[in-house]
Design a protein. Structure first.
Length: 476
């Protein structure tokens, strides 16, 4: 058994490289998701240690001494953070030349060979669904027999072992919350639209939808929603309730928790008995009857990917969603008292100055409680990336997704719509949505009712305007 360190490396201030959400970048309001993709294999490896540097404000100097105490380090990486993560790996090997370095994540899942060629400090990458691949490495198995591994042999040659089959029995994965309890400080994790402190876990992997831009189903999770049993999920929630009595909300970070409606209803029924407040990702097509059952079972908030208010763009990205259905769904949520955090993407195929205005109008009309506006991000391994390169919307040699400070940039451009126009439309979207009299009134009312919320919203307001200032600097 190798002494194993699971590491989310230090990065830009506020850069959430371990995000379970779609984009790894600095956010409008500083926020941190749990490093569940690292915690899951860490739960499989006895006596391992998980270090999540960014939310714990740990620098490179803080983590370097750990290299001496371990035989193996596993870094979660992404397309935006890869270069920085390689620098961390190199620095750790300088401290301990015998240290084995492995990487996991969507970036190396789809670009295994090129990642190894680009960084000779990496000894191996674990492709696709990597949990048990990493466990076998940590158990000191012969690398030549480990499925799903791409590795560098003693002669420097890169070997790609056969793929590891996707897991079918998701209950075979141990709980991640004991790893959170052991190695993380939960108060360091916060998301603007979730109660604080919160905990997020996965109850399943994969997504039935075929959205062309979405990273995880196309690279790691697949398009079948493979789920843990209802009992397995509830047992972890019960454990976490005792271990984290201060937790105010549980978030289910499955790509689309509502892909299996009967199961979602069954989990909600059990959570209702426990008196748990919870939230999840959802598609904007959940029937009112199910929404009511979820609400009765303690559901507080749905994170909903609307993406666009233009029907043709939704068709272009294979969203499988109709604008009129999304309107009705949102109305049902408002009437049932379910809060919505809506996410939108600007710069998708088919975008024009007119469709941007259409989406802003749509967002203000359906009026989710809060919104997130992102730029279309063509990650390698996605349909959108291949399409953008083929159509000339993206220069593959200059396909950076963030700038040197971690701010998301607009890599896509079209003959009728420039990088700059797409980039600038994000700030316009936020201003048009939030600086409306009804929205300002609702925010002020919320703050007046709760001194704690007032303090939180004022802090977020300062962070938001600082973020906009950074974006303007990036544009310049």
């Amino acid at each position: 058994m190798l002494r194993t360190l699971f590491l989310q490396a230090p990065s830009f201030d506020g850069f959430d490289g371990g995000a379970g959400s779609r984009y790894q970048a600095k956010r409008e309001i500083k926020s941190f998701w749990y490093p569940t993709w690292l915690a899951q294999p860490a739960a499989l490896v006895e006596n391992s240690k998980l270090v999540d540097a960014p939310p714990h404000q740990q620098t490179l100097n803080d983590v370097l001494p750990m290299a001496k105490d371990h035989d193996l380090v596993i870094l979660h990486t992404s397309t935006p953070s890869f270069a920085s993560d390689v620098k961390t790996a190199r620095a750790m090997k300088d401290v301990n030349p015998s240290l084995k370095v492995g990487m996991i994540g969507a970036k190396v899942a789809v670009e295994a060979e090129s990642s190894l060629r680009e960084a000779d400090v990496i000894d191996f990458v674990a492709r696709n669904e990597f949990d048990f691949t990493v466990k076998e490495v940590a158990d000191d198995h012969d690398w030549s027999g480990i499925q799903g591994l791409s590795w560098r042999n003693k002669h420097g040659a890169i070997i790609n072992n056969p793929d590891r089959p996707m897991m079918e029995n998701m209950d075979a994965l141990p709980f991640v919350t004991p790893v959170y309890k052991r190695d993380l400080k939960m108060e360091n994790y916060f998301i603007g639209y979730l109660k604080h402190p919160y905990i997020s876990i996965y109850t399943g992997r994969g997504c039935k939808s075929r959205c062309t831009f979405c990273l995880w189903p196309q690279t790691v999770g697949g398009h079948r929603y493979r789920t843990r049993s209802v009992g397995h999920v509830i047992e972890e929630i019960k454990w976490a309730m005792k271990a984290f009595p201060q937790c105010k909300e549980f978030f289910f970070d499955d790509d689309t928790f509502t892909d299996d409606l009967p199961r979602a209803e069954a989990i909600a029924a059990e959570l209702g008995k426990l008196g748990v407040t919870w939230s999840c990702n959802a598609k904007a097509n959940v029937p009112r009857e199910t929404l009511k059952k979820l609400k009765d079972g303690g559901l507080r908030l749905l994170l909903v990917g609307y993406e666009s208010g233009n029907q043709q763009i939704l068709h272009n990205i294979k969203k499988g969603m109709r604008v009129d259905v999304a309107r009705r769904f949102t109305k049902d949520c408002h009437e049932l008292g379910i809060t919505i955090h809506g996410t939108f993407i600007l710069g998708l195929p088919g975008e024009t100055t007119e469709t941007i205005q259409e989406t802003i109008k749509f967002a203000t009309e359906i009026n989710p409680h809060t919104i997130q506006v992102s730029l279309a991000a063509p990650y390698p391994g996605t349909f959108l990336y291949n399409q953008a390169v083929q159509e000339g919307w993206l220069d593959a040699e200059h396909a950076e997704l963030i700038n040197d400070n971690g701010i998301q940039i607009a890599p896509l451009h079209y003959p009728h719509l420039s990088h700059t126009e797409i980039f600038d439309s994000v700030e316009m979207f936020y201003k048009r949505f939030y600086f409306r009299a009804p929205k300002i009134g609702a925010i002020v009312s919320e703050m007046v009712r709760s001194p704690t919320m007032m303090k939180r919203r004022l802090r977020e307001g300062v962070e938001f305007f600082e973020f906009l200032k950074e974006r303007r600097g990036a544009a310049a």
